[in-house]
Design a protein around this ligand. Sequence first.
Ligand SMILES: Nc1ncnc2c1ncn2[C@@H]1O[C@H](COP(=O)(O)OP(=O)(O)O)[C@@H](O)[C@H]1O
Ligand SMILES: [Mg+2]
Length: 318
Amino acid sequence: MTTSNALPASAPALSVRDLRKTYAGGVEALKGISLDVAPGDFFALLGPNGAGKSTLIGIISSLVNKTSGDVDIFGVDIAARRDAAMRLLGLVPQEINFNLFEKPYDILVNYAGFYGIPRAEAAQRAEAELRNARLWDKAQVMSRTLSGGMKRRLMIARAMMTRPKLLILDEPTAGVDIEIRRDMWRTLREINAAGTTIILTTHYLEEAESLCRNLAIIDHGRIVQQGPMRALLAQLDVEGFLLDIDGDVPAAMPLIDGVTITAADAHTLDVDMPRAMDLNRVFAALDTAGVRVRSMRTKSNRLEELFVRMTARDPSAA
Ligand SMILES: Nc1ncnc2c1ncn2[C@@H]1O[C@H](COP(=O)(O)OP(=O)(O)O)[C@@H](O)[C@H]1O
Ligand SMILES: [Mg+2]
């Protein structure tokens, strides 16, 4: 970044306001998305296939036209000041899209040239980024001969050549084996630790859990959940039941540590308890309070259903 490109000090790394996208065929891929990503954050955009993740990333990176809404990158409106906004952004697409018959060093230097970075500066950056990506010893081999993990690290190194303040990765690890994924996670953690804000789309909860501090969950073009990773995991750790009881609900609910009991209606109790807790503790406490349980049902958990769909095997994957 040059100093002439002064950024508002307090601006979020990414601000999206009521973003909508209807494709030409009529598919409403985004139905009003709003989210903020803080500078320095490692943010996951989690969602099942077809949720709208790539559409959102496409609009943020100016590859897809929005229908309506606003996107700012570090306070720079991508519609009003597209070039300035794009200079702040690095994008790693899902598919490997460099020339396999070029050498990593040349791929990086040529990419920088495309962005107007002078040759001498590009050469310095290429060495630095190849070292960061643990690829310096492969700088002069044909890219085709790199392992899958190395190819993916090269994609990241290339995006880092423009020194983006915000790095966006669209499902960087979809369909790759766990060793390659872990290897990429390490690289991404290092980049984030060095100060680059990262946004990652994924349909692996495990990946978001391992890497990200904050997340938004997107489903059918809408954000269904947003906040710290910790809070989401805590929510998934709670199990809910509805208990039908004989007679009326007691005036004072039994108190059990970690358990929330409320009246759903005059004859039904709504119980939320930690997944690991023994249900018998709840029954014993209710029994002591003189409450007789006739039957019980599991409350359906939208979040859990969503994760089941997310982690279901992708039928389009090879
Ligand atoms: N170029 C396009 N034209 C029409 N529909 C599209 C296009 N790209 C994506 N879609 C549709 O928009 C929805 C969201 O897709 P996408 O953003 O790719 O989701 P994700 O990346 O979460 O899998 C899907 O229903 C998809 O079929
Ligand atoms: Mg996608």
